[in-house]
Design a protein. Structure first.
Lengths: 220, 391
């Protein structure tokens, strides 16, 4: 009959109206500033710079290779390479960023900088309450504002951070083994200098150069 | 004591007027009444906006506004400050005078309607013999202001919205009037005060409200439908259909003029609710004889708020109609039924007291409703679409 559907609809809305007062699962609203839900692990918004240890300046992983700066599609990263070198976490002397700025008003959260970084030095943050009254300076983050500890990374992306740490540990172990082997070789060299000298000599022919010239000739 | 509480506003008015010289007293009394109406109904409007937003929120399983003040009840104050401080933009090519006048005319016309509504025992601003006629004459002039707004804005959406509004309001004006005519037929008076007085009688505790008769019930339903359309409320809110017309006839309004349109719309809703309550729900009379000690104005405003709740409930339930559905519904369903209702009211009158008239009148109305519903709901069946390609 005419009007049946309207009555059904009215009953449905009445059920919603009354139900929202009694059942918590109907009312799914999260009242944001007071209540919040934990972000899902894959959340990302803007990049930050990782550092190891407790001192952000000493432990910064970034070596100012500027790959991210070149890859960044909206060109929001600005890096100035240092003139001198400082020892990194492994004790190896490295360049470091004298200046590292990200304009997060330009950043499009594409994560390309993270993917191209060979040093696991830049990662995506989950911090989203970034509003500021200064629309230019307040959204241009320098390296101090960008630096965040590895513990923070573990907190926001536990799985990913564990993978990264495992990879870094593996690399470190490899490097250690290599260093050990090199040290052992050096020790052996020191122990038998004559033998080593004999061994070194035939290992230094100028053959590659000869190859190259030959190649060039054939090409011409 | 109870008598005094019932007449508190009348006594208050007399007391204030008593301080003035006799020559000024009639004018002062009217001015006081006007001030009361101009204060109370916008206040009710403020309350309704927040209640509506909260109610609609609950219907959609949301919380609704709850930030400004306790439970969000100061939201209308924030809205008012916002609309007052906003820039008042008038399009360069608009007809500035008409553009300015349209919201003013709307609010004034809607306020005039309240002059004849009895809001309690002895609480009517202008005692007029033809008050129902006055109400409809004034009510029809809101269409003018809406068309003024749409035309003067020089905007295609405004004009389309105004065209729709005028078409819709004129179409529904007819059934609205015809649905009220049954009440005039039975009461034998165009005076709203007399109509309430005729319903304010009780037999074995129950009132003689017109809604409790077959023709009254049908009239009330038709009146409610036509009244919803007349005030451009959902599901008949095509003139301001925001999905296709931005905001309809008040697209080009901003700031306080926009707020005035909003106010006018809600005031029209109150006034049509009040008229519906007066015609069919016994106005300020109590629903049971033993509840008569509660002041009459409480009953009146209670009935108005109840029908406002109905408006909100319907708005939260029904989607907007299409223009052709709207027109078909008005001319092919509501209008014939309201004409039939006139005949039924006449039958009721001449069948005399007894159970026969209940059976006959109910049967006629129910049969007409079912048959016309069947006819109206019958749809052309279109088969699968065939495509013919050029060779």
């Amino acid at each position: 009959m005419l009007g049946e559907g309207i009555l059904k609809g009215l009953a449905e809305t009445a059920r919603n109206f009354a139900g929202s007062f009694v059942s918590a699962e109907r009312l799914t609203t999260v009242q944001y500033p007071e209540e919040r839900i934990a972000p899902i692990e894959a959340t990302r918004d803007f990049p930050f710079l990782l550092y190891d240890g407790s001192d952000w300046e000493a432990g910064m992983r970034c070596v100012a290779c500027q790959i991210c700066e070149k890859e960044c599609p909206p060109q929001c990263i600005y890096i100035e390479k240092s003139k001198d070198k400082k020892p990194d976490a492994l004790g190896k002397p490295q360049f470091y960023p004298a200046r590292f700025d990200i304009d997060i008003s330009v950043c499009m959260s594409c994560q390309i900088c993270v993917e191209v970084c060979p040093f696991e030095a830049i990662k995506m943050d989950t911090e989203f309450e970034l509003s500021t009254t200064d629309r230019f300076g307040g959204l241009l983050y320098d390296r101090k504002e960008l630096a965040k500890s590895n513990e923070h990374y573990h907190k926001i992306h536990p799985t990913e951070a564990a993978e990264v740490d495992a990879r870094l540990a593996e690399e470190k172990a490899k490097a250690d083994a290599k260093a050990k082997a090199a040290a052992a070789a050096a020790a052996a060299k020191a122990a038998a200098p004559v033998q080593a000298a004999v061994q070194v000599q035939p290992a230094k022919p100028v053959q590659p150069a000869g190859d190259l010239t030959a190649e060039r000739e054939t090409k011409a | 004591m109870i008598e005094k509480l019932d007449q508190i506003f009348v006594l208050l008015q007399q007391w204030i007027v008593g301080f003035l010289p006799a020559a000024l007293q009639p004018v002062a009394g009217v001015v006081l009444g006007v001030v009361a109406i101009v204060c109370v109904f916008p206040g009710l409007f403020a309350l309704t906006t927040v209640l509506e937003r909260k109610g609609l929120g609950r219907i959609q399983n949301r919380i609704g506004p709850n930030r400004v003040g306790p439970f969000g009840f100061f939201q209308p104050i924030a809205d008012g400050i916002k609309s007052l401080t906003k820039e008042d933009v008038v399009p360069t090519s608009a007809d500035a005078v008409v553009h300015f006048l349209a919201p003013v005319v709307l609010v004034v016309a809607v306020f005039l309607g309240f002059a004849v509504l009895p809001m309690g025992r002895n609480m009517v601003l202008v005692k007029m013999d033809a008050s129902l006629l006055f109400y409809f004459a004034i009510g029809a002039s809101t269409e003018l202001s809406i068309f003024m707004a749409g035309w003067s804005s020089r905007n295609k959406y405004s004009l389309l919205g105004a065209m729709r509004a005028v078409a819709q309001m004129i179409s529904y004006e007819v059934p609205l009037l015809l649905a009220s005519v049954v009440v005039v037929m039975m009461t034998g008076s165009l005076s709203l005060t007399d109509i309430v007085a005729a319903q304010n009688q009780y037999s074995s505790g129950f009132p003689h409200w017109y809604v409790f008769t077959p023709w009254g019930f049908a009239g009330f339903v038709l009146f409610a439908v036509a009244g919803t359309a007349e005030t451009n409320r959902s599901p008949f809110d095509l003139p301001e259909g925001e999905s296709e017309l931005v905001a309809g006839y008040f697209t080009e309004y901003s700031g306080f003029k926009f707020a005035l349109f909003f106010l006018g719309e809600y005031l029209a809703m109150f006034s049509i609710s009040a008229l519906g309550a007066t015609l069919f729900l016994g106005g300020w009379s109590a629903p049971f004889s033993f509840l008569q000690w509660i002041p009459s104005w409480i009953w009146f405003f209670g009935k108005v708020m109840l029908s406002i709740f109905g408006f909100i409930w319907v708005r939260g339930t029904l989607p907007r109609l299409r223009q052709d559905q709207l027109m078909n519904f008005a001319w092919k369903f509501v209008l014939p039924l309201s004409l039939l209702n006139l005949v039924v009211a006449g039958l009721w009158r001449f069948l005399g007291v007894g159970w026969e008239r209940w059976v006959v009148c109910s049967a006629i109305l129910l049969a007409a409703y079912v048959v016309m519903g069947r006819l109206g709901m019958h749809r052309e069946h279109f088969g699968p679409r065939r495509y013919r390609y050029a060779e």
